[in-house]
Design a protein around this ligand. Structure first.
Ligand SMILES: C[S@@+](CC[C@H](N)C(=O)[O-])C[C@H]1O[C@@H](n2cnc3c(N)ncnc32)[C@H](O)[C@@H]1O
Length: 311
């Protein structure tokens, strides 16, 4: 029987700390979560022009993979999530910080957050795991809670990108083989094209500043009630910071290799070998840590990882 609510799915995937890290981005280890969290945190900080006194809200904070890397850089970090288990893990990983507020969400609403109370907001790998109605409701909530002039960063899968399309085909093929008497996984991956994603934001009353679309992910930066001067300022700023925010095509390509490892289409050794000619490139280093982490987690499936073979 499939889970019937977002909470049930994500709670089941986060029964302990390691399971939670695996659920958030297939990290499965503290070291990998920190490496990927730092990359995401620095891109988000650039995207929303993070300031040290900002109140920052994260929708779907999970295990605070990103929050842990941002909390020291803002005035207050507000992590919200539908899964009480995820919030428990986040709370353990954020212990020691006194500028943290964590909230378990009961439904698709940020009702415990006051109107006009948040400087910056963001959500990574969350809006792609829900129905479009929920995605739109959350964008409306961002428009409500952001202060006038506030900024938010959101992302989802980009169906128009070749790797994005290939990722979607995993969903199609999975469903083709699935038991059609059961409903689809409520938290399955869902996809948008840029025009659709932007339309939801605009109809939610947000100003779309940019939507990067040259990778499997649509990365949108939006603002609330921006005047013409600050809209122009942020657009210029985002164009200049593009290389620090937008995923590169190489990042997308390597992501696909990672997915192929997870779905059993290639062995981690094949993926690691294909990274060797790219040694030194930041994308290759991140994915090396990631693929190595996948192998370390599951020696029963892949055989002993390289370290234990004395490499
Ligand atoms: C793939 S994880 C990403 C976690 C975190 N953003 C990160 O990048 O590490 C998705 C997270 O979104 C949360 N989530 C899923 N559906 C949600 C919903 N409808 N409302 C709020 N949170 C949700 C899950 O509990 C989970 O923690």
């Amino acid at each position: 029987m499939s889970d019937t609510s977002y909470r049930a799915v994500w709670d089941r995937r986060s029964s302990d700390d390691l399971a939670a890290l695996e659920a958030v981005d297939n990290s499965g280890s503290e070291a990998v979560a920190q490496a990927t969290g730092q990359r995401a945190a620095s891109a988000i900080a650039q995207a929303v022009a993070l300031e040290p006194e900002d109140v920052v809200l994260e929708l779907g904070c999970g295990a605070a993979r990103i929050g842990r890397e941002l909390v020291g850089r803002c005035g207050q970090y507000v992590g919200t999530d539908i899964s009480p288990n995820m919030i428990r893990v986040a709370s353990r990983r954020l212990a020691g910080y006194d500028n943290v507020r964590l909230e378990v969400l009961e439904r698709t609403s940020l009702s415990m957050i006051a109107n006009d109370s948040v400087d910056k907001a963001y959500s990574v790998a969350v809006l792609c795991h829900m129905d479009k109605e929920d995605l739109f409701l959350y964008l409306n909530e961002f428009a409500r809670i952001l202060k006038p002039g506030g900024l938010a960063y959101v992302e989802t899968w980009n169906l128009a990108d070749p790797v994005g399309w290939e990722r979607w085909m995993y969903e199609v093929n999975y469903w083709q083989r699935a038991d059609h008497s059961q409903r689809k996984d409520v938290a399955r991956n869902q996809f948008c094209v840029a025009e659709e994603f932007q339309l939801y934001a605009e109809r939610a009353g947000l100003d779309v500043l940019v939507c990067f679309r040259d990778s499997p992910w649509l990365q949108m930066v939006v603002g609330r009630d921006l005047d013409a001067t600050s809209r122009k300022h942020h657009r210029l700023r985002l164009a200049e910071a593009r290389s620090e925010i937008a995923y590169t095509p190489l990042f997308g390509q390597l992501f696909l290799d990672c997915i192929r490892v997870i779905y059993g289409d290639i062995h981690p050794l094949t993926a690691l070998k294909s990274l060797e000619p790219m040694a030194g490139r930041p994308e290759a280093e991140l994915y090396r840590i990631h693929i190595q982490g996948l192998w370390d987690q599951d020696p029963d499936r892949y055989g002993p990882p390289p370290e234990s073979q004395g490499r």
